[in-house]
Ligand binder design. Structure first.
Ligand code: NDP
Ligand code: HEM
Length: 504
């Protein structure tokens, strides 16, 4: 508090000045400890409460503040105020992370990387909570906890388990596209500065005439893509578990501010209706040839947080947090995430997590929610705590109306029956990535990384799991499948025979 008198004396949390900080008060010089040494109690009790639950995933991370600057006019797509003028600047907080490891795990693990951005806009905070990949392992939120369990520790051995991972992936072919990216050298990025970020989901944008389009967000690194090879990543893990934290912190400390170009892809509602694939399927990208990238602005990170726990550990992002002009889409995964994040924050940080400074909306927040643990924003003071009331003039604003969505008659269903090529083409885009995008060196590394990762599966049902996964790799690309099979010492003909048998 600003009216606290400043002095340089050591005090208890209630402000009592310490007279002694080395020795505990005892009965006589060698006697037992006195219960009345409150300073001892306070120090021990506070220490015992230092840990809060770590994020159930994305627990290891690094954060920084920065600024987003608009460089191109996209007001024909969105009325979002942060985009309404070239040159406009918006403060941001970004948290990067690995996914599967605990808070103390190594930064160089083969894993996707989180890329979460909080824009403090005049219309409220907008959180774009993405990854360094444009797609994800699954397309339905009901599968999420099962999938994440396979990335965590085995319930019996308490160790990471390649068996669980490959068992799940091989039984869930929709994961293939993302697993391929994970097995490429992009699965081990060189810290956080040299990777792209993606909003991944399809979102919507609405302009001032309430015309709506679908959009995807892409952050393209201006540092260039740089990855570790598998060997380099393992070496770095032994040398420096916190490589990515150190790299980001030190770059910003010395004024070498990392930057990303924000771009969008735009799809009209009509295009979405006539696509061959489901544009809300998180395991698919929108090809750039059909939906080119449009420049939006530049993100720069230029300030390290002063206190890791206060600002990075207590930061809380939620895909539910959108602002006027940017909206959701029927992507099932996005819909699942809208519910999940605020729920997990209430568990991890408490019901008033949005009052923690890094999460707080810097502009006015008005509502009738009150009380709860650690309420520290004045709690509405003497103002009314119910609506409607006769005492304040707080009201809704119809200007913020979002056009309602036209639904088709299959919307209330579990399955995607609409895609012409079916929701089950898990292979074409993965094939395009391997065959058309990766150069020979990237292909070789991806194959070697896949062999290394699949070799880790030495548990029960090893052969069954390897066969099943190989069948998927063959469907992506025959050369890829054969070389992985060779590397694992599996007879290619027997895999082919089992694929043919499966197809009758
Ligand atoms: P494009 O040639 O227009 O785009 C290919 C994209 O692939 C570029 O954005 C490039 O990103 C990225 N890329 C290059 N190497 C890798 C890698 N090893 N792992 C992941 N991404 C990589 O082709 P299309 O848009 O037609 O897409 C073809 C395939 O590229 C897709 O099936 C998908 O697998 C992959 N891809 C597509 C993206 C999209 O949004 N369309 C985004 C990312 C990947 P950069 O140049 O910035 O390095
Ligand atoms: C973190 C759930 C899919 C990106 C988390 C957390 C949960 C969660 C519970 C921990 C949050 C916290 O404690 O602060 C889910 C669910 C998903 C899903 C239920 C699907 C149904 C995704 C996808 C992406 C993603 C598809 C990326 C496109 C992230 C990121 C974080 C995170 C970046 C870390 C945010 C931070 O830095 O604090 N997720 N997730 N998640 N998730 Fe997801």
């Amino acid at each position: 508090m600003s009216d606290q008198k400043k002095h340089n004396k050591l005090t208890t949390a209630s402000g009592r000045i310490y007279v002694e900080n080395d020795n505990t008060k005892t009965v006589g010089p060698r006697g037992p400890v006195l219960v009345e040494d409150y300073i001892l109690h306070e120090k021990m009790a506070h220490f015992n409460r230092e840990r809060i639950p770590e994020r159930v995933m994305h627990a290891k991370g690094s954060g920084a503040y920065g600024v987003f600057t608009v460089t191109n006019d996209i007001s024909k797509y969105t009325k979002a105020k942060l985009f309404n003028k070239i040159g406009k600047k918006t403060k941001v907080f970004v948290r990067f992370s690995t996914v599967g490891g605990e808070k103390g795990s190594a930064d160089t693990e083969r894993d996707p990387r989180g890329f979460a951005v909080k824009f403090y806009t005049e219309d409220g905070n907008w959180d774009l909570v993405g990854n360094n990949t444009p797609i994800f392992f699954i397309k339905d939120p009901k599968k999420f906890s099962d999938f994440i369990h396979t990335q965590k520790r085995d319930p019996y051995t308490n160790m990471k388990s390649p068996t669980m991972m490959w068992d799940f992936w091989s039984l869930m072919p929709e994961s293939l596209h993302q697993v391929l990216i994970l097995m490429s050298d992009r699965g081990t990025p060189y810290g956080y500065r040299y990777m792209n970020g993606y909003g991944s989901h399809t979102f919507s944008m609405v302009n001032d005439k309430n015309d709506k389009v679908w959009v995807k967000f892409h952050f393209k690194t201006e540092q260039g893509i740089k990855n570790f090879t598998s060997e380099e990543a393992v070496e770095m893990k032994a040398k420096d578990m916190d490589f990515a934290q150190r790299d980001l912190l030190e770059a910003i400390d010395k004024g070498d501010f990392p930057k990303w170009q924000l771009k969008i892809q735009v799809m009209t509602e009509d295009q979405a209706r006539h696509l061959d694939f489901n544009p809300f399927d998180l395991t698919k990208v929108w090809p750039h040839g059909d939906f080119p990238l449009i420049e939006v602005g530049e993100l720069e990170l230029n300030q390290d947080p002063d206190n890791y726990f206060q600002e990075v550990e207590q930061s809380a992002f939620a895909p539910a947090h959108v602002v006027d002009g940017i909206g959701y889409s029927p992507d099932k995964m996005l819909q699942g995430r809208i519910l999940s994040y605020p729920d997990t924050h209430r568990y991890r940080l408490g019901a008033n997590y949005e009052q923690i400074p890094v999460n707080r909306c810097p502009f006015a927040v008005n509502n009738y929610d009150r009380d709860g643990l650690m309420r520290i924003d004045g709690n509405g003071g003497r103002k009314s705590n119910y609506y409607p009331n006769s005492f304040d003039d707080i009201e809704v604003d119809k200007e913020y109306y979002e056009p309602s969505e036209a639904l088709d008659d299959n919307i209330a269903d579990w399955y995607d029956r609409n895609s012409k090529i079916g929701g089950n083409d898990h292979y074409s885009q993965a094939r395009a990535l391997f065959r058309d995008i990766m150069n020979l060196e990237e292909q070789d590394n991806t194959i070697a990384n896949t062999i290394e990762a699949m070799s880790g599966n030495s548990g029960p049902k090893r052969e069954e799991i390897i066969y099943r996964q190989l069948c998927h790799w063959f469907r992506v690309d025959e050369e890829f499948g054969s070389r992985v099979a060779d590397g694992l010492g599996v007879d290619v003909n027997s895999v082919m025979a089992s694929m043919n048998a499966a197809h009758g």
